[in-house]
Design a protein around this ligand. Sequence first.
Ligand code: NAP
Ligand code: MG
Length: 422
Amino acid sequence: MFSGDTSAGPRPKAKNTIVEMDGDEMTRVIWAMVKAELIEPFVELKLERYDLHVKERDRTDDAVTVQAAEAIRRHGVGVKCATITPDTARVEEYKLKKAWPSPNATIRAILDGTVFRKPLLVRNVPPTVRNWVKPIVIGRHAYGDIYKSAEMRIPGPGRVDMVYTPAGGGAPQSLVVFDFKSPGIVRGVHNVESSIRSFARTCITFALEERMDLWFSAKDTIAKIYHGTFREIFRQETEARRVDFQKAGIQYIYMLIDDAVARVVRHPGGFLWACMNYDGDVMSDMVASGFGSLGLMTSVLVSPDGPYEFEAAHGTVTKHFRKHERGESTSTNSTATIFAWTGAIAKRGELDGTPELTQIARALEASVLETIESGTMTKDLASIADPAPPSHVTTQGFIEAIAARLRSKLATPRRMPAAAPR
Ligand code: NAP
Ligand code: MG
């Protein structure tokens, strides 16, 4: 329980390490402000810092990204700033040795995780989809499918076969994919049962923790083996946890992906939608824009064997960074970045049995939401808020308003509960 002005007095202290990954552009600017104004004055953390700035990734031949992912594995909790995924224009801009892979993809591959994206709801920022009154969380399987596929251009007539050659010898199995009469294209995709199973388990754990119904959708009427295997594994895994679902008062529902899409827009929300890799990629952007602003979308990567990595769902907000570089004032929303920090701090508190850490994270979260609800907000929200505020604040102004609110929240001693009657 808080008492007195914590920011002036002793700060709650973390027992174990959080892996901090700094990043690029506007989010790097925000990162430093959030740490200085909202984290360091209020809580004493043990941080192991990895700088994932694109130049640093280049200098280390991307080894720093792998080291960061391994550190998350070791310590169990990480918080990441948004980073540039270099393309040819970025290679030119930053004079890079090459277009290094997406750090998020590298970290996901090492942690074998599932990405959950959850929107934050504030009273005065109505969602674009009017009936979404509770969050819709997307759980995206982050392995295989079209992201790890083999593609081929077919120049002219000829047959394409799919062949499986057993590693231990034995007769190969083959299947005709298509007998081309003219030029075309072909793609082979795969997935592995162990990854699908850990995806299902991670989603089940998340749904139980958050007490949200779990939806899984696919197109198993068409892809009877591929999508059918996903459906069957989800059935087995949810069946195995039936008692826990009953205790939590939640349900598992399977539906065809097209049915799910139609239902989502009519639903009030409050569920976890487990999506195959591509569906998750597409649907998470649809859900983010349906809720209003990317600045309110949080993201957490959950690994089946424990580690958690928290981040904002948005990128490095390049357009705002250009203004910042020119010395112009910016109004970039730091909400999702702050929630990445509070997610990591609260998780650390939970894992280490230090509830004062979790409490301070929750107090900071409440301060952010109350600041917005009181009408102090950045431009992205001001343009969609109802009622619209008379003006918007700067990047720095927003963070300062949150710090002031958190300070006064911590300075107001909580009333002691009345003694129980004897
Ligand atoms: P972005 O950084 O998410 O920004 C796209 C637009 O969304 C911005 O121009 C801005 O719109 C709005 N926006 C996003 N976050 C906002 C915030 N916090 N506050 C206010 N407005 C916000 O996406 P991008 O411009 O496509 O990508 C920029 C870089 O980020 C790229 O190099 C990409 O590789 C990288 N990226 C990284 C991650 C990650 O690390 N997780 C994810 C996605 C992209 P207005 O300009 O209209 O104000
Ligand atoms: Mg996408």
